[in-house]
Design a protein around this ligand. Structure first.
Ligand code: DGI
Ligand code: FE
Ligand code: FE
Length: 390
């Protein structure tokens, strides 16, 4: 008998999970497959997950009626950190004669050697890797590395899945977008009925934006959400700030949402391009009841930046410049800095590039943008090397 186990956070479960399970059953020839929502995945410590009963229920809805598939509450019932090696031991004891497969995506193949007790896992189970678009040669090379390290091969599930992620779904849900067909219909209905991943008033705020702008704001939120954990930022705040950040961009100054808005005088006259950051924070607070001061500041300084920004402010500033559809000469350099170095190094260069761009364009430079760059410029002893922008 062959048994597969498919672990994950399933926050929420989505259509690609379902497709992968069907494909895995088929190509591995499984008699049974357990879908295993983790209580607390080891690599997501400190991340707040949706309550277990809701994640379980969504899995039950997603996999109901699929032959041979059972949603297991084993890891959730165990509580604590959900270590795969312990789960594999348990299943080996429960089904001593069975051949066990542990299903993972290719990204997890890379991480596998860092899991707790990987040898222990491989004594009880075979790793089954879902290969998306990976080339044959890549798989062979990985297979060789894996064998050298562990003395055992992994199984391959060939499946060309779509680019769906639970993070993207949480953002879409926060934006009030239709989640089908990213998730099974019943799961979409469950998410809506229970208000999971809801960001209050975000869809109304997005309603003030033109369609292209709205799509941009959603992409900024996806970028911010995907990277929030790495910088210790609460995902919910990152999504909120991103979904609201441009809410005033398409507003006329006579719009009722801007009644009572006073531009700050502290840093001198405000160029048109910069004004919407202050208006956006105003609209978010007054019309849509956003109260978190850090979130409001992330909106308020997303165009100009400022000295001494919080991690959230930096993340939103950069997500705005780096979201996946942004195209300009140095965007890949900035992305490289963001992923390989971190917030401050990337921010320094991003501010410099903004100043260079404005200088070339002949745009008026808002003093706060300049102050932000001076603040983050590492080598203060050196002359400013982007020319005389004053
Ligand atoms: O609203 P978005 O287009 O998504 O992005 P954003 O809010 O960062 O605005 C980008 C524009 O703002 C871009 O053309 C650069 C410009 N900008 C940034 N800092 C300054 C600035 N424009 C002026 N005039 N002065 C600034 O200091
Ligand atoms: Fe903006
Ligand atoms: Fe923007």
């Amino acid at each position: 008998m062959k048994i597969g186990i498919f672990g994950g956070s399933f926050d929420p479960v989505h259509s690609e999970h379902v497709n992968l399970v069907k494909e895995g059953m088929e190509s591995l020839g499984l008699d049974k497959l357990f879908v295993m929502p983790a209580f607390q995945p080891p690599h997501k410590q400190g991340k707040r997950l949706t309550p277990d009963d809701k994640r379980l229920q969504m899995c039950a809805l997603a996999f109901e009626g699929i032959n041979g598939v059972e949603v297991s509450d084993y890891e959730i019932a165990q509580k604590g950190t959900s270590y795969t090696y312990l789960t594999c031991r348990y299943f080996k004891e429960r089904f001593p004669a069975a051949e066990l497969f542990w299903l993972v995506g290719t990204d997890m193949l890379r991480d596998f050697p860092t899991w707790k007790n990987p040898e222990d896992i491989l004594q009880n189970a075979t790793l089954a890797v879902c290969a998306r678009n990976e080339k044959e040669e890549w798989i062979e090379a990985e297979q060789e590395k894996f064998f050298k390290r562990f003395g055992k091969k992994f199984a391959v599930i060939r499946y060309n899945g779509k680019n769906v992620s639970s993070t993207k779904i949480r953002v879409w849900a926060g934006a009030g977008m239709d989640l089908t067909p990213l998730v099974p219909e019943k799961v979409a209905a469950y998410i809506q009925k229970n208000g999971l991943y809801e960001i209050p008033f975000a869809s109304q705020a997005l309603g003030l934006e033109k369609e292209n702008r709205r799509a941009h704001s959603v992409r900024v939120a996806i970028f911010a959400a995907e990277n929030a954990q790495r910088f210790g930022i609460a995902e919910n705040k990152a999504i909120t700030a991103a979904l609201f950040h441009d809410c005033a961009k398409n507003l006329e100054s006579s719009a009722k949402e801007l009644d009572g808005f006073e531009p700050p005088l502290a840093w001198g006259e405000i160029p048109q391009e910069v004004l919407h950051q202050f208006q956006g924070a105003y609209v978010a607070e007054k019309s849509f009841f956003v109260q978190d001061e850090d979130v409001l500041n992330a909106i308020r300084y997303h165009t100009s930046g400022r000295p001494n920004m919080s991690a959230l402010e930096k993340l939103i500033f950069l997500a705005d410049m780096l979201e996946e559809e942004r195209r300009y000469d140095v965007v890949d350099i900035l992305r490289g800095l963001f992923f390989e170095k971190g917030l401050d190094e990337c921010l320094e260069r991003a501010l410099l590039e903004t100043l260079l761009f404005l200088e070339k364009k002949g745009g008026e430079i808002y003093p706060l943008t300049k102050q932000a760059y001076e603040f983050y410029r590492k080598n203060k002893a050196e002359e400013v090397y982007y020319g005389n922008y004053e």
